[in-house]
Design a binder for this molecule. Structure first.
Ligand SMILES: N[C@@H](CCC(=O)N[C@@H](CS)C(=O)NCC(=O)O)C(=O)O
Length: 204
């Protein structure tokens, strides 16, 4: 297998972490987005969205990081990271979809206005940053309630934990902390304790 990724992409981070967690053999191919490698015809043939990550497995191409997590975890059902029992599976997808539709866009705006613009040598737009941060705080409130009395989102470790934590790892450079969200703070610390997560962190 090959994973086309970028070290600073939160969507790629979660896939790298799961690959390490599952011990799957996979070559990491860095896509140089500063050179527009993610928009070349060759790359767009793998992912018509022109985004990272993309997984390649014997001619099969898969994009959307949460779908990639499902595919990889299905290769190792004994890991228990992909829930199959009706309520567990539904809860896992609830969090994966909430991530894709809600947490990832708000965290993405904050990430854009801080880490990405800084890498590109550009100034942040303070109004967009403040708006992103407000949405992110609202989402952290939802996560805080979801984690009440639980070590992990679905009661046990699943791919949903790898997915959602991906947006909170660069909180320092993104300019927020988790002090107001003790359940989230403890859960992130639990995830950051995992070797698979530590090995996959962006170089910041
Ligand atoms: N929903 C997608 C998001 C992928 C995504 O937005 N990737 C970003 C990096 S985190 C990217 O490649 N951006 C380049 C672009 O939009 O041109 C997923 O989860 O895989």
């Amino acid at each position: 297998m090959k994973l086309f990724h970028h070290p600073f992409s939160s969507a790629a981070f979660k896939v790298r972490a799961l690959i390490h967690e599952l011990g799957l053999p996979c070559e990491l191919v860095t896509v140089d987005m500063s050179k527009g490698e993610h928009k070349t015809p060759e790359y767009v043939a793998k992912n018509p969205n022109g985004k990272v990550p993309v997984l390649e497995d014997e001619g099969f191409h898969l994009w959307e990081s949460n779908a990639i997590l499902c595919y990889l975890a299905a290769k190792k059902p004994e890991s228990g990271l992909l829930l199959t029992e009706a309520r567990g599976m539904a809860l896992m997808h609830q969090w994966l979809q909430w991530h894709a539709t809600t947490l990832s866009p708000s965290a993405g705006e904050v990430m854009m206005q801080t880490v990405y613009l800084r890498i590109m040598g550009q100034q942040k737009d303070e109004a967009k940053y403040a708006a992103g941060l407000e949405k992110l705080r609202r989402d952290l409130g939802v996560l805080e309630k979801g984690l009440a009395g639980k070590e992990y989102l679905c009661g046990k470790l699943t791919i949903a934990d790898f997915s959602l934590v991906s947006n909170l790892l660069l909180r320092g450079p993104m300019g927020f902390d988790l002090e107001a969200y003790p359940n989230v703070k403890a859960w992130v610390a639990r995830m950051e304790d995992r070797e698979s997560v530590r090995k996959s962190l962006p170089p910041l």
